[in-house]
Design a protein around this ligand. Structure first.
Ligand code: PMT
Length: 220
């Protein structure tokens, strides 16, 4: 791990889940704990970066020396992301792809009838950042349960990213809410697999790799 490889670089990370309100007491969400994103924020701060961590609801304390911005929904996360663009953006959050078309003002009462909730697409945060006029070096994650590398490479292209971190979340030892992870980092001209390790160790390896690719891109 190269010390201070990101000295003074402004870096933004999204982490954790988003919550999409159904009514004042219910929401749609997912199993992201924030552990991977928070570990990346800590590793980036250790590497000298000025880190903003945009976090969905998590039971974790913000790492020291990190500016933490708490958000709830995907729309809030997008606004916060655009307000805190730096030189590198890492999208580790598990953003809900859909939200209820409107959140009810009052608690929805049950009845004998079945019910359905109409959903609309949420904005894609990492794609919006990658097409911004002040585009940072943009890194996404791909959480997949099958054909992991194939879908990750598709997302790298489709979302116009500089790098994607493919995460096989069909294995409960790695991925959502686990303490460990194993990933393959893919960029336009290469890829490397990082074997199973704690999220803390893996985050340090990923930050070193991201720093290397960021510096290479600037030099080319
Ligand atoms: O939080 P943990 O419990 O530690 O778990 C870590 C993790 C499994 C959440 C993490 O390693 C991970 O894989 N994060 C990405 C989760 C995800 O939602 O992936 P996706 O394949 O659905 O999305 C692809 C990329 O687009 C991601 O960078 C995501 O942040 C981004 N995205 C997705 C939808 C959306 N509306 N906006 C986005 O920016």
């Amino acid at each position: 791990f190269q010390t201070r490889c990101l000295d003074g670089i402004k870096l933004t990370i999204t982490a954790g889940p988003t919550r999409e309100a159904i009514d004042p007491v219910r929401y749609i969400s997912n199993h992201s704990s924030g552990k991977m994103g928070y570990a990346l924020a800590e590793a980036a701060a250790d590497a000298g970066a000025q880190v903003t961590l945009i976090s969905g609801p998590c039971n974790l304390s913000a790492p020291e020396r990190v500016n933490c911005v708490n958000v709830v929904s995907a729309e809030d996360m997008l606004t916060a992301s655009l307000n805190h663009l730096g030189e590198i953006f890492i999208a580790c959050a598990a953003v809900a792809d859909y939200r209820p078309v409107a959140a009810a003002d009052q608690k929805i009462k049950k009845s004998q009838a079945s019910m359905s909730i109409e959903l609309v697409r949420n904005p894609d945060i990492v794609s919006t950042v990658a097409s911004h006029a002040q585009r940072p070096f943009t890194v996404g994650f791909a959480a997949e349960t099958q054909d992991v590398l194939h879908y990750a490479k598709d997302k790298l292209q489709r979302k116009n990213l500089d790098m994607i971190i493919a995460n096989d979340v069909s294995n409960s030892e790695i991925g959502f809410n686990a303490d460990q992870n194993a990933v393959t980092a893919i960029w336009p001209k290469g890829e490397t697999s990082l074997p199973q390790a704690s999220k803390t160790q893996l985050a340090r390896q990923l930050i070193a790799l991201i720093a290397e690719q960021y510096i290479n891109k600037g030099a080319s």
